[in-house]
Design a protein around this ligand. Structure first.
Ligand code: SIN
Length: 273
């Protein structure tokens, strides 16, 4: 017996608000499976008015797999697999202030992320999302065929440069290769799998040769019709599908504090298209 939650779309390409689902309650496995299907179809979903404690956040995340945490992040006391994503009043740069997918320099990047608002600025601090499935669909057949034949090298070299500004001491990760087009494990839909933060070049191409095509894809992927924007409010929880969306944390609240709790869910081997 499934709960009768509803999903209201934010736009054609991406995003849905889920109503009628209390994240502090315990639900049947088929209810979580239904949430997983909506997430796979919409790329990002959000819930309003949730009074989730860290234990509720952790319990909800556990229904979707094992949590994974990066090496250089601050975790929430008592919850070693929950990250605190924060920006203090005197900090200028934020975490995630550029279009990216999380940790694609790992062989199996996290497939999902659940972010809970803990302290919000008076204005700003929205998070934008873009569907890489919609971005891929909108390309010509010729471009799709070219991209299906490519793989790309990912690494954390750009994160290393940014880490100095964020006062984090990050070590270089070995470079690795992912398909440029992947197939989603739940929907079977094809999706672009490159991002400006971690994709360094196409396999077998130089960075200079790769840049024009990657830049084209980065501009194309940011088209407003592939995007939705989450305007945070207290009690909001956002869940995104990291292998088929990019996200961008807007850094437009200087002098104010923003604190979020994040749980990332362990990924599986990516499926090439
Ligand atoms: C991130 O995971 O990139 C941060 C997202 C956010 O803080 O809105």
């Amino acid at each position: 017996m499934t709960d009768s939650f509803e999903a209201r779309w934010l736009g054609d390409a991406i995003g849905a608000e889920i109503t009628g689902f209390d994240l502090t309650a315990r639900h049947a496995p088929e209810d979580y499976a239904a949430i997983r299907r909506v997430l796979a179809e919409r790329g990002v979903i959000f819930f309003r008015g949730q009074d989730v404690k860290p234990a509720d956040h952790a319990h909800f995340a556990q229904q979707f797999g094992e949590a994974t945490v990066g090496k250089y992040v601050d975790t929430v006391p008592g919850f070693p697999l929950m990250t605190e994503v924060s920006k203090a009043e005197d900090q200028v740069d934020n975490i995630g202030g550029g279009w990216h997918a999380d940790q694609t320099f790992h062989a199996e990047p996290p497939w999902g992320t659940i972010l809970v608002a803990r302290e919000l600025p008076r204005h700003g601090g929205d998070t934008l999302f873009a569907s890489m499935a919609a971005a891929f669909d909108a390309l010509s057949d010729g471009m799709k065929d070219t991209l299906r034949g490519l793989r790309a090298v990912h690494g954390n070299a750009r994160l290393l440069a940014a880490s100095k500004r964020l006062n984090k001491n990050i070590s270089p990760a070995p470079e690795l290769v992912h398909p440029v087009v992947i197939r989603h494990p739940v929907t079977g839909r094809e999706s672009l799998f490159v991002n400006a933060a971690y994709t360094l070049r196409f396999e077998g191409w130089t960075e200079r040769e790769s840049a024009p095509l990657l830049d084209f894809l980065y501009v194309h992927g940011q088209r407003p019709e592939f995007q939705c924007r989450i305007v945070w409010e207290p009690g909001m929880v956002v869940f995104w599908d990291n292998i088929q969306v990019w996200h961008y944390a807007s850094n437009d609240y200087q002098g104010q504090r923003r604190i979020m709790h994040r749980i990332a869910i362990k990924g599986e081997p990516l499926i090439a298209a």
